[in-house]
Write a protein that binds this ligand. Structure first.
Ligand code: URA
Length: 238
């Protein structure tokens, strides 16, 4: 099918949205002949282009709007855009991706001292859908506990009646799997603030380490802490 010209974007708008330059800096890049459109050196900032027609420094452009990133978040990094709070998870991404507009945001958050599977996207609609309280995607966490389990935690978490401090509604049923008396996995379908730590606090225990290993059907595979990869369309819809 022939593409319609109406899907084309101005070159300066496209490159600035992908973080290559500001809309004023593009003139310099054009002068330096660093932008090629369909094999021809670009000369005008307002040329309408398709993303895939453009090369920068002889390389195809970064992925277009709608990227979803799966990261293995290391401990100590923060899910926030506020630089003042410490080292941010975004600092693991290429500099150019950090300048994209719309910006890349985390889909939900992991605490500074929680590691594991973290999703990030620049797709506002996807972000909204996956972080909505109505969206009950299952997430599995591995937790190490300070004290041995008492024995009734699995039933309490599964009951759908556990109230967390300061909350008005009970937690949805969650599934506890015991590895040994201080190591468990917990599957939850909500994303309340510090939920796993607060659930164990509510039954008189304390989480000493926490790692998210799944989000829906997604797993970390062999992704090392601090590494990330782009998801393909089938993985996102699964
Ligand atoms: N529950 C927590 O307590 N912390 C997280 O980061 C995620 C879930």
């Amino acid at each position: 099918m022939k593409k319609s010209n109406s899907n084309k974007t101005r070159l300066d708008k496209l490159l600035s949205s992908l973080g290559y330059c500001s809309r004023s800096e593009i003139k310099t890049l054009l002068r330096e002949k660093r932008i090629i459109i369909n094999g021809v050196v670009a000369t005008k900032n307002d040329t309408k282009v398709f993303h895939e027609e453009v090369k920068f420094d002889n390389e195809p452009l970064d992925p277009p709007l709608g990227m979803v990133i799966l990261m293995n978040k290391p401990l100590g990094l923060i899910c926030s855009h506020d630089e003042g709070e410490g080292k941010l998870v975004y600092s693991l991404l290429p500099q150019r991706w950090q300048r994209r507009d719309p910006k890349i945001s985390t889909i939900g958050r992991l605490d500074k001292e929680t590691g594991g599977l973290l999703l990030l996207t620049d797709d506002g609609q996807l972000l909204h859908r996956l972080t909505s309280p109505r969206h009950h995607v299952a997430k599995i966490y591995e937790a190490t506990l300070e004290r041995p389990l008492k024995g009734d935690e699995g039933a309490i978490f599964a009951s759908g009646t556990l109230m967390l401090n300061g909350e008005k509604t009970a937690c949805l049923p969650a599934k506890l799997t015991i590895v040994d008396d201080t190591h468990v996995t917990l599957e939850i379908t909500e994303g309340r603030y510090h939920q796993v730590r607060r659930m164990f606090a509510a039954v008189g225990n304390h989480v000493v380490s926490l790692h998210r290993c799944t989000f829906g059907n997604l797993t970390l595979g062999d992704l090392e802490a601090g590494a990330y990869r782009l998801l393909c369309a089938e993985e996102i819809s699964s």
